[in-house]
Design a protein around this ligand. Structure first.
Ligand code: HDD
Length: 693
């Protein structure tokens, strides 16, 4: 009797906020349905005694918790995803029977997961890395997964090298670091010994490796696939995603600081944009090649380390993807999503690309270890939604389908007895592999047509604008400066000489090392016509759409200037984020209080695309003593962002080393004048703030 009274008293310790239920539909139960009377106190031998083994409620709850984690993805562990739809705008009926590519106007549900590659599930969003770009289309002919990246080529030409590549880039086996970083011995050791990786290395070291937002990345199917039309004629195809918001990257110093300021920068950005109804959108395009066109290319269409410049073979835009719904539950959807390059639909087929061929095994296999059962296709996020999925595969761990009848084999004639005989193959509408002729001996060899490893690396480097080339060279200097093995650095420099003599010299200078002999390429590289489409800068129009402008205020700030900046930014499609020394806001000159969206120390300027610093004389005097305010201005300037200011903020700008240029704008005079520089970065400023290679 005494014990019971004390238990009730203890249960109430959580205060009146502790909610209880009596209606069966609102009750907490065990996993097997038994109602739980007390979810706060374990069963004890006396109020101060040991917990009893008999407490099945405690054991079930703790045991379930103990098993909450599943193995993270061996690559692409860190990811963020969203639901959306695909809409076809131009039919490819001439080339394929796939309904998703022929029914114009039809919207197909999809789920898209973006990821970094090297880091673990809990790593930061902004390391220098490739980004995964995986789309699962729930088509009426089954799920089609296009499992691509934000870079159109890959490091290796054969899947058999993939485990070595990944071992080399992930944290070193003995030390367990660095996490989510390619700047270490083993990665560069592998890359130096693998000249075929040089082309993708250029991409990874370019600004594409440090995107500003997942919403501002291009995507690529990477491998070549085939489309198959009603006559059975195959056409090679490469898939492309182009962001409506344009491509944009961060500065390296900025990416490093974002990692501390907001490790979830990309995840938050995607989530918030969708939650606010600002749905990210991509155009979907294809490059198509007949066999004759493919044969005429200077490279092998089956070689995944090569691309086909869009200037030579334009991208035909055939549809769009809109991401318009955040996952309800991160684990159930984003974590349990299983993407499989083998998920294709009738009318689409694989090519013989040896990297793709290996992928066709790896993904199904990895899901078994990650999700633990051959029935992972029954998890809601992985289920085919556009059509039924049915066959005679049965049982296994976590079987959730309850099959009726005894038809679980084929052929069967049970229908003749009036029983349900189950599903049947469909020779006409079912998936058919294109009858491509094959010939040759069984060999472990690579085609000679795969042997040129440097021409496209050179093409990429020479197609970049001057600032992009400088960033690329500086990125290699940064990474090689973290490498401790001199012979590895030497080998890379020798390889870089085959890419571009100027690039090699700049990197050697940046390291203060002599330039070694060029390594001997298997095939001498050739000069190709530069492809401006490989740049980020200037490829898409500058815009404030999807971008965030921070307005820094303090007590005494002029509310009229705040309003005019807000109006100008929002009018141009951007959004505004008020930063103040205190989260409760600042008292403006007119006596009103402006609530803050973020407190200064937690809202550094690295998190924004442009900044406006609106201060009174007093407010500025106070902020001169606040390091976070000085850094706010200094970093915005250093990261080449537009800096709007009121003249009273000048002492802060001076202390932060902000010098006048076209991107430093007096917004008290004109908020509008701030908009154009705010749409982009001030590349001319860069040589003033940073020594680039
Ligand atoms: Fe892979 C995951 C993209 C080559 C083996 N890969 C994975 C994901 C993406 C890619 C975006 C994450 C999917 C998700 O969000 O769940 N991978 C690529 C691209 C490649 C590529 C574009 C080259 C064209 N991958 C590749 C090879 C192999 C793998 C050559 C193995 C032989 N990839 C895997 C994997 C992963 C994976 C181990 C880890 C988690 C998963 O599959 O589901 O099977």
């Amino acid at each position: 009797m005494t014990t019971r009274k004390i238990t009730e008293a203890t249960a109430g310790d959580g205060g009146e906020l502790h909610q209880t239920a009596s209606a069966p539909e609102a009750r907490t139960t065990t996993n097997h349905g038994a109602p739980i009377s007390d979810n706060q106190n374990s069963l004890k031998a006396g109020t101060r005694g040991s917990t009893l083994l008999e407490d099945f409620i405690l054991r079930e709850k703790i045991q379930h918790f103990d098993h909450e984690r599943i193995p993270e993805r061996i690559v692409h562990a860190r990811g963020s995803a969203a639901h959306g739809f695909f809409e076809l705008t131009d039919s490819l009926a001439e080339f394929t029977t796939a309904k998703i590519l022929t029914e114009v106007g039809k919207k197909t549900e999809l789920f898209t997961r973006f990821s970094t590659v090297a880091g673990g599930a809990g790593s930061v969003d902004t390391p220098r890395d490739v980004r995964g770009f995986a789309v699962k289309f729930y088509t009426v002919e089954g799920n089609w997964d296009l499992v691509g990246n934000n870079i159109p080529v890959f490091f290796i030409q054969d899947a058999i090298k993939f485990p070595d590549l990944i071992h080399s880039v992930k944290m070193e086996a003995d030390k367990g670091y660095p996490q989510a970083a390619s700047a270490h011995d083993t990665f560069w050791d592998f890359i130096g010994l693998m000249p075929e990786s040089t082309h993708m290395l250029m991409w990874a070291m370019s600004d594409r490796g440090i995107p500003r937002s997942l919403r501002m990345m291009e995507g690529f199917g990477v491998n070549t696939f085939r489309l198959i039309n009603a006559e059975g004629t195959p056409t090679f195809v490469k898939f492309h995603w182009r962001p409506k918001l344009g491509t944009q990257s961060t500065c390296w110093d900025e990416a490093v600081k974002i990692a501390g300021a907001d490790p979830d920068y990309h995840r938050r950005d995607l989530y918030e944009a969708i939650a606010q109804g600002d749905f990210p959108e991509w155009e979907f395009g294809v490059q198509l090649f007949s066999q004759a066109e493919a044969d005429a290319l200077p490279f092998d269409i089956l070689d995944p380390t090569k691309l086909v410049p869009e200037e030579d073979h334009p991208i035909r835009v055939i549809g769009r993807m809109v991401l318009n719904r955040n996952p309800d539950n991160f684990f159930a959807e984003t974590e349990q999503a299983a993407f499989l390059p083998t998920n294709i639909v009738p009318g689409i087929d694989f090519s013989e690309d040896p990297l793709l061929q290996g992928r066709l095994f790896s993904y199904q296999d990895t899901q078994l270890s990650r999700l633990g059962t051959v029935n992972f296709h029954q998890i809601p996020i992985n289920q085919a939604k556009g059509c039924p999925f049915q066959n005679f595969q049965r049982d296994g761990h976590m079987q959730t389908q309850v099959f009726k009848g005894r038809a679980n084999y084929e052929p069967n004639s049970l229908a003749e007895n009036g029983e349900d005989g189950g599903p049947r193959e469909d020779p006409k509408g079912g998936f058919r592999t294109a009858p491509i002729a094959v010939e040759g001996e069984k060999v472990r060899l690579r085609a000679e047509t795969f042997a040129d490893h440097y021409s496209q690396a050179r093409l990429f480097f020479r197609s970049q604008t001057a600032p992009e080339q400088a960033h690329l060279a500086s990125a290699i200097v940064f990474e090689l400066s973290k490498v401790s093995l001199d012979h590895v650095r030497q080998r890379i420099l020798g390889n870089l000489r085959n890419v571009d003599e100027d690039l090699a010299k700049r990197v050697a200078n940046g390291l203060n090392l002599p330039l070694p002999k060029a390594s001997s390429p298997a095939v001498a590289p050739v000069d190709l016509e530069p492809s401006p489409a490989l740049r980020i800068l200037g490829k898409y129009p500058d815009t404030l759409k999807g971008r965030k402008v921070a307005i820094l205020v303090a007590d005494g700030s002029d509310g009229a200037v705040v309003s005019s900046v807000r109006k100008a930014v929002e009018g141009d499609g951007g959004s505004v984020f008020i930063v103040a020394p205190k989260i409760g806001g600042a008292k403006l000159a007119d006596g009103s209080t402006l609530a803050a969206d973020g407190q200064l120390a937690g809202s550094p300027s690295v998190l924004f695309d442009a900044v406006a610093i609106i201060l009174s004389d007093d407010g500025c005097a106070q902020l001169l003593k606040e390091g976070a305010a000085v850094d706010f201005a200094k970093d915005a300037f250093g990261h080449l962002k537009a800096v709007g200011f009121t003249p009273q903020a000048q002492p802060l700008l001076d202390k932060a080393g902000v010098e006048p240029d076209d991107g430093v704008v007096d917004i008290a005079q004109s908020a509008k004048a701030f908009i154009e520089p705010a749409r982009t970065r001030q590349w001319d400023r860069e040589p003033k703030v940073r020594m680039l290679a």
